[in-house]
Design a protein. Structure first.
Length: 462
């Protein structure tokens, strides 16, 4: 019996390598003969869509494929199960017919294509996040599911390979010692110049035609190329929602009066310049860390009031919760950053450069209930990061430094012989006194809660 589209196949490293070396299967991508099938995704009488950045309205078959991919994403995040080849084919048909899929769904299709060794180039052409693309390709190279002979067609066939190639090189250099024998030939291949051939990708104009144009038209071609690259960089979808780019705020070096212990008075500290994330870490960002195998999956996917908080794509830009101190550290390292110290956190939350003093609340010295997700808001759960900007931002422009979720810092405190870590910012269950920029709480490192999250910082390069 033919499998239903939502059927999921377990693809561990062993089964992936077995699929990649099946007799009679070419190492290059098997073409998808889908033109005769695309009509079922188009309204009756409609001609095939011209390349356009605007996706077609969904029809019942497209909606069915999206639902099946949502179910497949749940299985992937919970149990590392990939879609079977039938759902892979359905998803690629939807994309080739001009319909939109979420960024996470397209990433899952790329993973499945690499595992099944079918539709690899087609799936690759619909990726819009070079860093995420590099993560998936690096995993496939390091675990052996993407051999060297399979990499060459992807480099040549994807017009956007120059965008993900540098990130892939960096990822391959991070392969585990036992996987470096696979990574080294791929690194040598990536070091060679590769000519790519253009194609229609995700409804965007094809670039290949420029290679056959007279030299007098090349200026126009490069201009169009720039426009397309800008469009790709600006519009990135995750879970059907526009994903907020990771933004950071620079904090100058200086001498600051801060609070570095509960129930203690201010202390003057000297801080070097540092950078802190403008927003709290989101569910979408943490799930990418989990997919890479760096971050652990929390014991529960629920938030305070939402049973499927970590699984529902609608909450991709909401703050991550249920992370203990070790998971918070791992997440920040995955981001190439670190946890802020308690002193750094307070300066980012309270320091006003214009007056060179520390505010009582991020926005000033008076409590304003409308500027924070606190207990008084009666929401009882998290809200999307950036919901209170700019009115609720700190003078330096950092969002949600009061309320929403409390945030781990790297500052330890010994409590009755047990190492705790300082937590700052309060949360949606906190009263105004707990949301002051000077408020400090200490928690055991193993603490997890629906009101506890993370924000990362970094030290700028010399």
């Amino acid at each position: 019996m033919e499998a239903e589209p939502a059927t999921i196949a377990r693809m561990d490293a062993k089964s992936t390598r077995r699929a990649a070396t099946q007799p009679g299967r070419s190492s290059a991508e098997e073409p998808w003969e889908v033109e005769e099938e695309l009509d079922r995704f188009r309204p009756p009488g409609e001609r095939p869509p011209a390349p356009s950045p605007t996706a077609l309205p969904p029809d019942p078959r497209t909606l069915s494929a999206r639902r099946a991919l949502d179910q497949a994403l749940d299985r992937w995040w919970q149990s590392a199960l990939l879609p079977d080849s039938q759902l892979l084919r359905e998803g690629l048909l939807v994309l080739q017919a001009g319909h939109e899929l979420a960024e996470s769904q397209r990433t899952l299709l790329l993973r499945a294509a690499l595992a099944h060794r079918r539709g690899m180039l087609t799936a690759l052409r619909f990726q819009t996040d070079p860093e995420r693309t590099a993560v998936v390709l690096a995993e496939a190279v390091c675990d052996g599911s993407l051999p060297l002979e399979g990499m060459q067609p992807l480099l040549q066939g994807d017009e956007n390979s120059p965008e993900w190639r540098p990130a892939l090189i960096e990822r391959l250099r991070q392969c585990e010692p036992g996987q470096r024998l696979r990574a080294e030939p791929a690194l040598a291949l990536l070091a060679q110049p590769t000519a790519t051939r253009g194609s229609v990708r995700g409804g965007k104009p094809a670039r290949a035609a420029a290679s056959a144009q007279p030299s007098s038209q090349k200026g126009l071609w490069f201009g169009l190329l720039g426009v397309v690259l800008v469009a790709v960089g600006v519009v990135v979808f995750w879970g059907g929602e526009r994903q907020r780019p990771v933004a950071t705020v620079a904090v100058p070096a200086g001498s600051y009066s801060v609070h570095v212990a509960p129930d203690a008075g201010p202390k003057t500290v000297e801080l070097n310049a540092f950078v802190i994330d403008r927003y709290e870490a989101t569910v979408g960002q943490y799930r990418l860390c989990y997919e890479r195998g760096v971050c652990p999956w929390p014991a529960t996917p629920a938030s305070a009031t939402r049973a499927r908080y970590l699984l529902d794509l609608a909450f991709a830009e909401f703050p991550m919760v249920h992370v203990d101190h070790k998971a918070a550290e791992r997440f920040c390292r995955f981001q190439g950053k670190r946890l802020p110290t308690a002193a750094e956190w307070e300066v980012a939350a309270a320091y006003a450069p214009a007056s060179q003093r520390m505010y009582r609340f991020p926005w000033g010295d008076e409590w304003v209930a409308q500027r924070a997700n606190a207990a008084s808001a009666n929401i009882g759960d998290t809200v999307q990061v950036g919901s209170y900007q700019p009115a609720g931002d700190s003078p330096l422009g950092v969002s949600e430094m009061a309320g929403n979720v409390a945030e781990w810092t790297s500052t330890p405190l010994l409590v009755e012989g047990v190492t705790h870590y300082l937590v700052r910012g309060g949360s949606f269950v906190s009263e105004p006194g707990e949301l002051r920029t000077a408020a400090v709480e200490s928690l055991a490192a193993q603490t997890v809660a629906s009101w506890l999250g993370v924000r990362c910082a970094s030290t700028p390069a010399e």
